[in-house]
Design a protein around this ligand. Structure first.
Ligand SMILES: [Zn+2]
Length: 482
């Protein structure tokens, strides 16, 4: 079964066929390091991380590159506002970026190229475009001439004539066409600048990504991804620059995330509902935010609500409690044969094994279908439920113990790309869980004795949401994991 991905360029789900057999070259548009990353950024980076890890899981040799834009109008503005160097701004927010993605369980990329370290490559690419008359110099600026690229607008589905008609905004006298864009910007007083054939200046944003992606991944590579807001003009311009220069297909598959809203509204600094990853992870662990995003398909719009985050927090806790219990039980089992021989299984053991095998293929199939993580995660929770049935028994047969080992191996495999459980994280001490649940049961029983039903029900329901089921048997209350 092959992997299918939705390609923004063709607007269809396509079978993934790499440029070079067995290898994947994958570029993700990274942050402009002038502020903390927001949760829209996080969504794209998490989706990219899961795809990259899943591709490794199914056997590809993946090279994953994520750039840092460390020279840009926004960076200059912030440095001028704060009266510090642009370097001190970019250093601070690059460091914060790496901390944030680590919290979200995102694996390190193979390279994190920075624009300021690739000015030479950028200049070479601009010279190439000027040499082919795809770009022109006006004073100390260089512009890309969009009229020279026949396919301009193909990715975003925009028609260049419509674009021209609609472009009344800020007509720049220097440009031949309103949609020409800057490849090189002449230095303004007080701005950081580099030497170039066109005088002191700095690169435009779009050309950075063309130069850096082609340097690390080749002139024609497999996947380029980012948020939907990057389709136009950023990615459209990247195609024009790269294909304009190389006359080759730049990228085979363009992948974009759906839009994100906050409590039903568009997220914008002007609306005051701008949420950074830092703010959210102060309340909810990074893995909760990760689970929250992955419970929706990456191309679907998503609405970030407190209620949704709370539900994800309960689900995440359930997963964690389950995983710790599984590890604990396996710790008591000791040495065990690893291979399961289906012929030796009893009827109920066979039922477990067969249904687990079915869930395994359902999960991989969902992931292969344009990364359908919501289905994959619901199957994962089915597996939790099945395995919990075995875990709650204390008279396990040898075969059942082997089935637990097998279940654990599968959870580890799936976690290797979903990344929902932090295996480094200190495990929840199960004695502590015991003590806490017992305490809550006592409290609840006292409340019940006082007929405070609302509070006592709340305790029961909240525990239930976390996967702890209370069963009242006469005067005693017992608990078990769902
Ligand atoms: Zn980019």
């Amino acid at each position: 079964m092959g992997l299918k991905l939705h390609n923004t360029f063709t607007r269809t789900k396509e079978e993934f066929v790499p440029v070079e057999k067995g290898k994947v070259k994958f570029y993700m548009c990274g942050p402009t390091v002038y502020d903390y990353i927001h949760i829209g950024n996080a969504r794209a980076f998490i989706a990219g991380d899961v795809l990259r890890r899943f591709m490794k899981y199914i056997g590809y040799d993946v090279t994953y590159v994520l750039n840092l834009t460390d020279i840009d109008d926004k960076i200059i503005q912030r440095s001028q506002k704060e009266g510090v160097s642009t370097e001190s701004i970019t250093e601070k927010f690059s460091k914060a970026f790496f901390e944030d993605i680590d919290t979200l369980g995102i694996e390190k990329a193979d390279a994190y190229p920075r624009a300021t370290e690739h000015v030479e490559e950028i200049i070479v690419l601009i010279k190439r475009l000027i040499g082919q008359a795809s770009a022109y110099q006006v004073g100390g600026d260089v512009y890309y001439d969009v009229s020279k690229f026949a396919n301009y607008g193909k990715l975003s589905g925009k028609n260049i004539d419509d674009l021209r008609a609609g472009a009344r905004v800020a007509v720049d006298e220097k440009k031949r066409n309103p949609h020409d864009f800057a490849l090189w910007k002449n230095q303004k007083p007080g701005e950081p600048a580099w030497e170039s054939p066109w005088g002191m200046g700095r690169p435009g944003w779009h050309i950075e990504c063309s130069a850096m992606s082609m340097k690390y991944l080749g002139e024609s590579f497999d996947i380029h991804a980012g948020g939907q807001d990057l389709i136009f003009p950023h990615h459209e311009n990247e195609i024009a620059q790269s294909e304009g220069a190389t006359k080759q297909k730049f990228v085979k598959y363009w992948l974009h995330n759906g839009f994100l809203q906050i409590e039903g509204e568009k997220m914008a600094k002007s609306l005051g509902n701008f949420r950074t990853v830092r703010e959210i992870v102060k309340i909810y662990p990074g893995r909760v935010l990760r689970l929250f995003f992955l419970q929706k398909h990456y191309r679907s719009p998503i609405d970030l609500t407190d209620q949704g985050l709370q539900a994800a927090a309960s689900a995440s806790a359930r997963l964690k409690i389950f995983y710790d219990k599984l590890n604990k039980v396996l710790g008591t089992i000791g040495n065990i044969r690893k291979e399961i021989d289906p012929k030796t299984l009893s009827k109920s053991e066979t039922k477990f094994f067969d249904s687990f095998e079915k869930m395994k293929s359902a999960l991989t199939e969902a992931m292969s279908d344009d990364l359908n993580t919501p289905v994959a995660i619901s199957v994962l929770f089915d597996m939790v439920r099945e395995t919990n049935k075995l875990l709650s028994r204390d008279d396990l047969t040898e075969n059942e113990k082997m089935l637990l080992v097998y279940s654990k191996k599968n959870f580890d495999d799936f976690n290797s790309f979903l990344g929902l459980i932090d295996s480094k994280e200190e495990s929840v001490d199960s004695k502590m869980v015991d003590a806490l649940v017992t305490l809550l049961i006592e409290l609840r029983n006292e409340l019940r004795a006082k007929k405070e039903w609302e509070l006592s029900d709340k305790i029961r329901d909240q525990l239930n949401a976390m996967g702890v089921v209370l069963e009242d048997k006469g005067r005693e209350t017992e608990w078990r994991l769902k």
